[in-house]
Ligand binder design. Sequence first.
Ligand code: URA
Length: 263
Amino acid sequence: MESHALDSLDFHTARALLEWQVELGATEACLDAPVNRYETPKAAPKPKVQAEAPAPVTRPKVDPVAIAREAAGGAKTLDDLRAAMGRFDHCNLKKGARNLVFSDGNPAARVMLIGEAPGRDEDREGKPFVGRAGHLLDKMFGAIEMGRTVPLSAQSIYITNVLPWRPPQNRDPEAEEIAMLKPFLERHVEIVAPEVIVLMGNIACQAVLGRKGITRLRGNWQEAFGKPVLPMFHPAYLLRQPSAKREAWADLLSLQAKLRDLA
Ligand code: URA
């Protein structure tokens, strides 16, 4: 009987047929095709698991400048602005910094100073210009009877930096870093609303005026944020080049004259 015919039999019919064959003298059950029982069975081929191609990750494109603009735009006060900067996670400098260095001095001051970025001392203390360059800066402004701790707004200064986080090894800030933090700087200027801005060094000039070349720029009044802006040598440069203090002194006198004119 062909095996495929047996497939369709029910149990009892198949059993009756088998018993009948035994009665006829059958001693062995044979299949239609011979079977070599000494052959080792081939390992069943493993089912091929098709590696599924990972679904393409489509990350939403972020525009850190637009995010910074929105965050800064929502700040009504300096405290709001500081908090908004603290929440901004798109600048890698933040990861390596101990503190956000926001500002120092009197927010009611007529003069706002913009430096470059915190160094080691500033990063540690959370205040701008507290290291060697900061001491020189205090002396320079002290020479025209101005300072960050002076309560009178006419004689006080307010200090911030282009970047609130220390770049590793004090390297120059990258253009991308400057661009993404500029909306915060713009809002900072809007909230403080100083009469005059002093840009300390090349990086501040690059960020605010879009130009470098402090040797040419210094001492020449410019306009930015709708205000008179004076580029000056950075005090860290004056520490390395004391002979440039002569020009720095001329610039301080120019600032004094401007404040007198505007008063
Ligand atoms: N140099 C800067 O430009 N800013 C600081 O706060 C300290 C050093």
